[in-house]
Design a protein around this ligand. Structure first.
Ligand code: MG
Length: 256
């Protein structure tokens, strides 16, 4: 276990071909490493991530790109939500997706089926994307000048909270099939997110999920958080979500 996000991941292990440290044992278990040394290694990793995140943010700012980091538990419907979002926006402005999963290219394939460019990052044992990987993924995507880059992070409400990718906003997706107490259980993530999408609104008649409670819990850990109730399946709430996206993208263009 690394201690940075408590996930058991080896944070040395990027999924880059040139990274010789890939699949190294987690350094917290590395024999001969003192606690002080481990702490130092972790601080170095976080500092390096922040440098890469700052570089990514500068690239996005220069090109007027709105970059969003979508985070959630596994199964909240991020990819379905993205597919519907891209169908609505792809004729209007440049859009692309970076997909993060531990294994498979399944989600990137679902995105590419819409005709929108996607690049898949497989994190292997890693439980979140890092800023260095995002910088390299950009090399595989077309120029998005004035458009939107969606980054679908690995499904995990813990680790991605601590890793800045250079995004303008983290957007947390919580579905109605989950508990409305998740914002209280995973406060770091809901604190880090500027927007909460309550997905699977179409299932509300069939589940015990109190929308007002979920919103209240999210506001308790992040008073400024916005929330939108929507359904990637029926399209309910998408007008509000698309309006939020258009406004945020316009801001990114104006600032460039
Ligand atoms: Mg997905």
């Amino acid at each position: 276990m690394c201690g940075i996000c408590g996930c058991g991941e080896d944070h040395h292990g990027h999924s880059h071909d040139h990274d010789h440290h890939q699949r190294e044992p987690a350094h917290a278990h590395a024999p001969g490493l003192s606690k002080t040394r481990m702490l130092r290694v972790e601080q170095d990793i976080m500092a390096a991530n922040q440098r890469h995140a700052d570089e990514n943010r500068a690239v996005f700012a220069r090109r007027g790109i709105l970059a969003l980091n979508l985070v959630s538990s596994p199964g909240s419907g991020k990819t379905s939500l993205l597919v519907r979002t891209l169908e609505a926006l792809k004729a209007e402005l440049p859009v692309a997706v970076i997909e993060g999963d531990q294994q498979t290219g399944l989600d990137a394939a679902r995105i590419e089926a819409t005709g929108v460019p996607a690049h898949q990052i497989n994190t292997g044992k890693g439980c979140h994307l890092d800023a260095h990987g995002i910088g390299h993924a950009l090399e595989h995507l077309p120029d998005l000048q004035g458009g939107i880059l969606f980054i679908e992070n690995v499904g995990n409400l813990v680790c991605p909270a601590g890793f800045d990718l250079g995004e303008a906003h983290k957007v947390v997706v919580l579905s109605t099939t989950e508990g409305e107490d998740k914002p209280l259980k995973y406060p770091d993530m809901f604190h880090a997110a500027d927007l909460m999408l309550l997905n699977k609104a179409d299932l509300l008649p069939h589940v015990d999920f109190a929308v007002d409670k979920a919103q209240e819990h999210a506001r308790r850990v992040h008073p400024g958080i916005k929330s939108i109730l929507l359904s990637a399946r029926t399209g309910e709430g998408f007008d509000t979500w698309l309006a939020w996206l258009r406004a945020a993208a316009a801001l990114a263009r104006i600032a460039a």
